[in-house]
Ligand binder design. Sequence first.
Ligand code: WQD
Length: 338
Amino acid sequence: MNVLLTGGAGYIGSHTAVELLNRGCDIVIADDYSNSSPVAVERIRQITGRDFPAYHVDVTDCEAVRRIFRENKIDCVIHFAGKKAVGESVEIPLSYYRTNLDAALTVLECMKEAGVSRFIFSSSATVYGSLNPIPYREDMPRGECSSPYGTTKAMIEKILEDACHADSTLSAVLLRYFNPIGAHPSGLIGEDPQGIPNNLLPYIAQVAVGRRERLMVFGDDYPTPDGTCVRDYIHVRDLAQAHLLALEYLDRGGESGPFNLGSGDGFSVKEIVETARKVTGKPIPATMKPRRPGDPPTLIASNHKAREVLGWVPQRGLEEIIADAWAWHQSHPNGYDG
Ligand code: WQD
């Protein structure tokens, strides 16, 4: 099985690449390195001891994508490529719609030309909107997303549903990620946000390594047990393994559709900070701040469908996740740049 990973040098793409190579799959990576590093590609080779082609391309470039399909016999595409900063998407929505939709459409059109019919899409819990009850289940309707980033995910899901409906040979799995955190235990690959991190774990890690002074906790007056937001954090390796199971599922003729990838458990911001203090042994000073606009109080997955249909069993608990993230951030305080 030869799998094309668009955005394969990114955070989730690189961890998925390792899992696929370790299980004997062949891979091809296509990445423009706009929010990732070619060093990640070298690290994937180092961790797995395996080689593979890596194309420095923007997957909105149809000719470049065609060339990848011409030069490699691809069985399935896992589409990670896209812009993903929620706040930035509110500021420059057109760029998000243009890039994310164009990338998905270009890859799908090139797949069709090349006769490739299996597609796995990096979607997000954000497609549920804010009106569905917790925990989110795949049979609930998509809702109004709180950012253009989220809307691009919902729009691509809809495009895939329509494309699968029109073409019975196309099958697509939509993987709805909750909050992926952690890193490969080797400490060689991990999350490498550009600039000031938007997400909680990278921010905490930068406080722990001394790059930033203190964490701002956005809101402690939410209707949750300790007043801070609750999220469903999932180890990026558990997430990566779900992609392998999704490939196997498509290989045995599985039906197109969405799958939630979350642990099914929720942790508050305060619980995360406490666990990070324990794991790192660092004080991690934190200051309460007003709520961040658009943050829902609680987000938790029902993962029954992924467990039952894919056979996915998330295996890593919070302390292990934070310890793995810490190993990466401690050895790479400036990400792949050093
Ligand atoms: C978690 C909690 C913050 C930073 C986002 C996207 C989602 C997915 C994952 C992908 C919230 C609080 C955060 C900080 C804080 N995206 N927080 N101080 O918002 O649940 O999900 O990332 O690419 O689509 O929406 O994750 O890590 O940003 O926040 O208090 O400095 O931590 O308010 O309650 P979120 P997050």
